[in-house]
Design a protein around this ligand. Structure first.
Ligand SMILES: [Zn+2]
Length: 475
């Protein structure tokens, strides 16, 4: 053997040893399966995704012809490929020409909302046709199917950004059942304004009117161990902004004291700045009334605040209310057909049965500002996460995130950054960056295999080859 080929052999053996050192250490006593000449052992059930192009979500270059070794629910090894010899206990998937990215994470959904026309009586009041109680019951009955829609759409993690206390139970049961995405949840929204249409035994919105409310409500929700606290910072024209800001500040301080991060709905530049000034960790929507300014950007940057633009939700309200819904292929394929069907019922409902009518006017008026602000944020390298606000009328649980990602690119983000926004940064919204959001040794094996490169065209996230949730293929 020549010196140069010996050198090449040594170099490749070294690379192999680095790649699978963890596997080797654990299983070196058995010598039936080898990766790059190193035994993997045969006791473990190993799965190898072979010859795959990998975007690991960490912002580095693509690994061409890579390999991902999965044991149980975890990634055991990941990196460039050497030689693999299969054997008992090892399943090898040839993923030549495929692209692996971390499972997508939708960082803003509401499981108490079905996306049908009856789900938001505070937006369009159809309680004469279907009561809110019945609607919630239907939504909850359908939950196992709804959760599967996320997995089929390649979404392996979601954040319920505010809902009844039962959304926290849902999170807990999803943790143990293993039949849906990993869920983080905020529990009831603590709001500066009441939402009487949604009241009931377990309301999604808890209004705070006094300083005692602000602290008491945070404590009440905190007892149920939410992953974060959500505050609705809405302007009540009859209430002084300073008074509302003081309540928001108290709620944020109490949350932080209890070790909980705070996500704030504040869509005006003035309220968003007030929320940031008082310590908000996440902004859950775009600023949509004014162009953001350097002061706002500096506030975001100073504490690495995450901004979730939610561009899709207004488009879809508008489309449903004007009976002009345009779905993407993946939404048609994976969206709930009964929900989609409900949208066509709206034009057939006599207007006298809809108190307040259908709020069609000016829904999209804020859109140019939302897009402009996203462009400014992207250009200044702010931390952006993808979230669809699914569950709102027209925004389908499961596939909605794909359309949201398309809109983020239209708004001026590079597909490369949108992938990170829908994986790594969304995992940070969940508060689960150690477990999820990137493809790394030791993390949960939540993997999306695509037929096209999403960094070339973001719509390639819709060309799903296979989805893996915690080491298991989604059927
Ligand atoms: Zn929302």
């Amino acid at each position: 053997m020549s010196r140069s080929s010996l050198f090449t052999l040594r170099a490749s053996l070294l690379a192999a040893a680095i790649l699978i050192s963890a596997v080797f250490l654990a299983a070196s006593s058995r010598q039936k399966i080898t990766l790059n000449g190193v035994a993997l052992g045969d006791s473990a059930e190993l799965l190898i995704i072979d010859h795959v192009n990998i975007w690991d979500g960490n912002g580095g270059v693509m690994i061409k012809n890579g390999v991902i070794v999965i044991e149980g629910d975890r990634i055991r090894a990941i990196g460039p490929r050497g030689s693999i010899k299969g054997g008992k206990g090892v399943t090898i998937l040839d993923a030549s020409g495929k692209f692996a990215i971390p499972g997508l994470i939708d960082s803003h959904v509401h499981f108490d909302q079905s996306a049908d026309i009856y789900t938001r009586p505070d937006a369009v009041d159809l309680r004469d046709i279907r009561s809110y109680e019945r609607e919630i019951e239907w939504t909850r009955d359908r939950m196992p199917e709804t959760l599967m829609r996320y997995l089929r759409a390649g979404v392996t993690g979601v954040v319920d950004m505010g809902g009844p206390m039962w959304t926290l139970d849902l999170r807990d049961s999803a943790r143990t059942s293993g039949t849906g995405p990993t869920i983080a949840a905020a529990g009831p929204l603590i709001s500066t304004v009441a939402d009487p249409e949604l009241d009931g035994v377990d309301p999604p919105v808890l209004p705070m009117n006094t300083p005692d409310d602000a602290i008491g409500l945070v404590r009440r929700v905190a007892q149920r161990k939410p992953d974060l606290i959500k505050i609705l910072f809405l302007r009540d024209p009859d209430v002084d902004l300073d008074r509302e800001t003081a309540l928001v500040e108290l709620a944020i301080k109490e949350s932080h004291r209890l070790g909980l991060r705070v996500a704030v709905h504040a869509t005006e530049l003035e309220t968003a700045k007030a929320a940031l000034d008082k310590g908000a960790d996440i902004l859950v929507h775009s600023v949509e009334d004014k162009r953001i300014d350097s002061e706002f950007l500096a506030m975001l940057k100073a504490r690495n605040v995450i901004y979730i633009p939610t561009l899709l939700v207004t488009e879809r309200y508008d489309q449903v209310f004007t009976n002009a819904v345009k779905l993407t292929d993946i939404e048609r394929r994976l969206g709930d057909p009964e929900v989609i069907e409900s949208w066509s019922e709206l034009p057939r409902i006599p207007l006298e049965k809809i108190p307040g009518g259908i709020p069609v006017a000016a829904l999209l008026a804020s859109r140019p500002i939302q897009f402009l602000n996203l462009q400014l944020l992207a250009a200044t390298d702010m931390r952006i996460a993808a979230g669809s606000d699914a569950g709102n009328i027209g925004t389908l649980h499961g596939p909605a995130i794909h359309r949201e990602m398309e809109l983020m690119v239209e708004g001026g983000m590079r597909p490369f950054d949108v992938v990170i926004a829908a994986t790594k940064n969304a995992a940070a919204v969940m508060g689960k960056s150690k477990e999820l959001g990137t493809l790394e040794k030791g993390k949960l094996a939540d993997i999306l295999l695509l037929n096209g490169d999403p960094v070339r065209d973001i719509r390639n996230t819709q060309k799903i080859f296979k989805v893996m949730k915690a080491g298991k293929w989604v059927e």
